[in-house]
Ligand binder design. Structure first.
Ligand SMILES: [Zn+2]
Length: 193
């Protein structure tokens, strides 16, 4: 079972209702990331058949499966295969979040992602809407070059390999100049010291 949204793949919510006769006694939702080689219907049927709810002792056991793209209304969703970033159409920031519901899986003894809210929220300016984000390709070359230039200004060429540095500076790409980003980094380091 895959429960993570995978950028660059097509993500589908697979909802399985388990019925005894006509009465629904359990519902499962899986988020599946699909590549072109995968058969989503076969995968969903496999999940249903392997479920603990698919128990032969349940009278008149049957199930129904519905499959929906996770972002069916988002016209900006780019084709699968490219590396992507969500971008706020209001302020241009990349820190877009969605809320999710996790449920406890008693069989696997783990939390699993049962649902993802449709509303997308920009953590920078507070804009929120269903399908808010514009999906843009990560400009790898420009992005990496940006990190390298910021590191150069700071006089520490190995910084782009530093995770903390990447987390702080990556969202600044296309928003600040390299000099401003370097100043932000110095500020964050000063605050920590
Ligand atoms: Zn914003």
């Amino acid at each position: 079972m895959s429960t993570n949204l995978v950028p660059g793949a097509r993500n589908y919510a697979v909802r399985i209702e388990y019925l005894s006769g006509t009465e629904i006694f359990a519902v499962e939702t899986h988020i599946l990331a699909i590549t072109d080689r995968d058969d989503i219907r076969a995968m969903a049927s496999g999940l249903a058949a392997e479920s603990t709810y698919a128990n032969d002792r349940i009278p008149d056991l049957n199930w129904s499966i519905t499959i929906d793209p996770v972002d069916p209304d988002d016209p900006d969703t780019p084709p699968p295969g490219s590396a992507l970033m969500p971008k706020c159409p209001v302020c241009g920031h990349h820190d877009i979040t969605r809320e999710g519901t996790v449920r406890w899986d008693a069989v696997n003894q783990n939390w699993y992602l049962a649902a993802i809210a449709e509303i997308e929220l920009c953590e920078n300016c507070g804009a929120e809407d269903k399908g808010l984000a514009q999906w843009v390709s990560i400009d790898e070359t420009g992005h990496d070059q940006f990190l390298r230039l910021v590191a150069q200004i700071l006089g520490e060429d190995s910084l782009p390999q530093d995770l903390t540095f990447r987390l702080l500076c990556s969202p600044l790409f296309n928003r600040l100049t390299v000099e401003q980003a370097a100043a932000e980094w110095r500020l964050s380091q000063g605050a920590r010291a």
